[in-house]
Design a protein. Structure first.
Lengths: 316, 492
């Protein structure tokens, strides 16, 4: 192809793509929260909606489509035309765990990842008045009393479940402890306060709400807010079980136009940096973590494969 | 708590505070009275507005909508035989026959007074004993919950009008419907036939609206040919005379306590309370024989219990940060947006706000009486709208409400399907209340049983031996089920 042809081709492409891009968005962009109104994801999206719409130079509306641990909304989204007007906020569990343990009509190839928004490391918790002060104590107790200690979760395949699976497998005591699933973190915290379960894994937000003592954090380094809590690696848990983040971001159905993706991602970046969203994040304990389309795509695929280990270990 | 009351009053008795209380409660009643718009939808509708309000008014508004809509559900349950919420399904049992007998105003009067007393008592209980009650709720583990639900399931027998066999069939159908979707312990999906929408299971509200409201529309249309239909005469609410309460107060107190109790223990909710209370009233009331034919005692039992749940459900919500039902879960989530951390330290850290919530809740329940009278008076002419128009309007509201809850068009199919199924089942004299009980209690029944079996390593006997509360509840269940048989043998 000579220089003239290249210029011509470029010019033609620009002529075709140009107006389409300039006009996007022509109508409001719908952001689907795969959970009920009033839940954590819903509130995050509602805090995100205004700065995102402003950055996009258009309108954005949040709709809820709840059910099946987020898989109903994700299944619906995966079947839509990739026009950039409908996006979903999918978490680690909705996008990488649920499709590998349930029969749902979407998988690793169903998406155009747009941007990641948040990523909070998980922690290993016991009750604040618990006799356990380290994972070593936990390991010792579980080995001394097989089948007596119980860890809870907010549901099978939830981040709370995976955190405990990572910990118990990492410590080599998975067969010595029992798993008691609950319907949501609230009921699990009731079991914790009532002494029915001894261990629970969740993000840092839980600590401010309930009487919990963190024994380890599943992150690459200690948290600035909890300098005395060792990382899982320091507590003797080896990769790939030593790090676990509850992350989430915007996804469009696979095959979204690159220019539209770039425009959405730029708006997402700006929205995440906005004062309004920073303030929201501060109030709700959301750990902001922006990744652009390419980074997020690579991260999502790496997580999909990495989480296979956890799924197998959990026996799901 | 008590010492923070003066500061809390100052927070509430502002023009904005009073406006929020009055308008919020009225709006809650209106939304609750619309068939299809239950408490959950009502709260979801006002949620976006609360985000821009200040702390106290925002939470008071949510509370007002919550309590108002639970009461409002009784208006549609009585006047047009369509409960707006699962909790209203028990009110239909006696409310509708009474209304059809030309005593709609009276029926609504009983429902209103019962609701107010149920709600007020639960508010007082909340104010006085929230921490102690919350501590008791903590002793209720999966095994105790399972025993309580077993007792709840016995209501199926009591509310089965006509044939107990048909009631049991309907109840079993309800439990089966509740098992569709994700397995609560393993996460596998069941009975979905590769329809991803079914992963989430059948939506309870869609089924309730289908079975009661939509099938009612079908029945009216089918009856229309022979000019039938029961026009309800109604010209505003008629308060029951003081003397008429004679012999009914004990039942009222008992139902209120049942409502508070069920509300405090997370995981069941107002529909359960209404049915348990109704069944208990039917068993113990001297007028038990006339239950289901328009007996005020039945309305009192259902309405005082389901309103008492609202206060009860706030106990674990505020004292432990653990939501008692879907609506209190939404309330907890909005706390965070207003810079309040929900959780065990909620009451300690925000004494003034908590006192304002308790007081506000008390005032909201007081307001139910005057506002209920006003709303029902204003809505009386609506009942005189020609039947085809009315049925059309009910149909539209049902569709909107059901769609709004989960934003899933599939739920509309479920509603239509349930409506058609309900039409045939009702024509064949299958009672529908047991089906709702089965669907409400089914998920908690399964979850608590299987959680319990994990705890006891598979031993069902350990449910009785190591757990006194559970043993008592299970013994009560057996007693309730065997009592009619025993009585017959003893009488011979």
């Amino acid at each position: 192809m000579n220089a003239f042809m290249r210029t011509l081709a470029f010019g033609l492409t620009a002529a075709i793509a140009g107006p389409a891009l300039a006009e996007f968005p022509e109508k409001p962009v719908t952001l689907i929260a795969p959970f009920n109104a009033g839940g954590g994801t819903d509130l995050l999206l509602r805090g995100f909606q205004e700065p995102f719409a402003a950055a996009l130079g258009g309108n954005a509306v949040v709709t809820n489509m709840a059910g099946g641990s987020g898989t109903v909304a994700a299944s619906h989204l995966a079947g839509l035309k990739p026009d950039g007007y409908t996006l979903g906020y999918l978490s680690i569990t909705v996008s990488t765990i649920q499709p590998q343990i349930k029969n749902v009509p979407y998988d690793k190839e169903s998406w155009t990842p747009i941007c990641s928004v948040a990523a909070s490391p998980t922690l290993f918790y016991v009750r604040s008045d618990s006799e356990y002060n380290s994972l070593e104590d936990v390991k010792g107790a579980a080995e001394a009393n097989p089948n007596a200690l119980i860890f809870g979760s907010s549901g099978p395949g939830a981040i709370t479940h995976l955190t405990m699976v990572a910990a118990m497998n990492g410590l080599g005591i998975m067969d010595n402890v029992k798993h008691l699933p609950h319907k949501g973190s609230g009921p699990a915290m009731k079991s914790m306060a009532g002494g029915i379960i001894q261990f629970f894994g969740d993000t840092e937000v839980m600590m401010s709400r309930y009487d919990l003592k963190p024994l380890a954090v599943f992150a690459d380094q200690r948290l600035p807010s909890l300098p005395d809590v060792p990382t899982a690696t320091e507590a003797g848990i080896k990769a790939p079980l030593n790090e676990l983040y509850l992350w989430g971001g915007l996804f469009a159905p696979a095959g979204l136009d690159d220019a539209v993706t770039a425009k959405l991602a730029a708006a997402c970046d700006e929205a995440v940096k906005s004062d309004a969203f920073q303030e929201f994040a501060g109030k709700t304990g959301t750990v902001i973590n922006y990744r652009g389309p390419e980074d997020f795509d690579a991260f999502f695929r790496q997580q999909w494969d990495a989480n296979k280990t956890l799924i197998e270990a959990a026996g799901l | 708590m008590l010492e923070a009351i003066p500061a809390a009053l100052a927070l509430l008795l502002t023009p904005q505070g009073i406006a929020t209380l009055v308008l919020g409660t009225a709006l809650g009643i209106v939304l609750g009275a619309m068939p299809g718009i239950g408490s959950t939808v009502a709260v979801a509708l006002v949620l976006p507005f609360t985000l821009t309000m200040e702390q106290a008014p925002a939470i008071i508004l949510l509370l007002a909508i919550y309590a108002g809509s639970v009461y409002g559900g009784s208006i549609s349950a009585i006047l047009i035989n369509t409960p707006g919420t699962p909790a209203g399904a028990a009110t239909v049992l006696d409310g509708t026959p009474m209304a059809r007998a030309g005593r709609a105003g009276e029926a609504l009067g009983w429902a209103t007074i019962a609701s107010v007393i149920g709600g007020l008592s639960s508010a007082v209980l909340l104010l006085m004993a929230a921490p102690q009650l919350a501590a008791f709720a903590l002793r209720f583990g999966p095994i105790e919950t399972f025993a309580l639900i077993c007792l709840g399931l016995t209501c199926i027998v009591t509310v089965s009008k006509g044939s107990v066999i048909k009631g049991l069939v309907a109840g079993a159908l309800g439990i089966f419907l509740s098992s569709v979707g994700g397995d609560p312990i393993t996460g596998e999906v069941r009975f979905t036939f590769d329809q991803y929408q079914l992963i989430a299971g059948f939506n309870l509200l869609a089924v309730v609206i289908g079975i009661f409201a939509f099938s009612e529309i079908l029945i009216r249309i089918a009856d229309g040919a022979d000019g039938g239909g029961n026009k309800v005469e109604f010209d505003g609410l008629v308060l029951p005379k003081f003397a008429a309460w004679k012999g009914r107060l004990a039942g009222l107190v008992k139902s209120t306590l049942i409502g508070c109790g069920v509300g405090v223990l997370p995981g069941t909710g107002s529909a359960t309370a209404a049915f348990i209370s109704y069944a208990e009233a039917k068993r113990s009331s001297p007028r038990g024989e006339s239950f289901g034919k328009g007996e005020p005692d039945g309305i009192i039992a259902a309405e005082s219990a389901n309103n008492a749940v609202t206060g009860g459900a706030l106990v674990p919500t505020l004292a432990l940060g653990i939501p008692g039902d879907v609506i209190t879960a939404v309330m907890l989530a909005t706390f965070t947006l207003h810079g309040i951390t929900p959780g065990v330290r909620l009451m300690e850290d925000n004494p003034t706000l908590m006192a304002a919530i308790f007081l506000g809740f008390f005032l909201i329940n007081l307001l139910l009486l005057p506002l209920g009278m006003v709303v029902s008076k204003i809505s009386a002419p609506i009942l005189r709208i020609r039947e085809p128009l009315m049925l059309g309007a009910i149909g539209v509201l049902c569709v909107l409400g059901v769609y709004y809850v989960r934003g899933n068009p599939f739920d509309l199919l479920v509603m239509f399907g349930a409506g058609v199924a309900g039409f045939f089942l009702r024509r064949a004299d299958y009672p529908m209340a047991p089906l709702i009980i089965g669907m409400v209690l089914g998920p908690a029944f399964e979850l608590s049983l299987r959680q319990g079996l994990i705890l006891t390593d598979g031993s069902i006997l350990a449910f009785v031996s190591g757990h006194p509360i559970s043993a008592v509840l299970l013994a009560l269940t057996a007693l309730v089920l065997l009592w009619p048989v025993a009585r017959r043998i003893l009488l011979k």
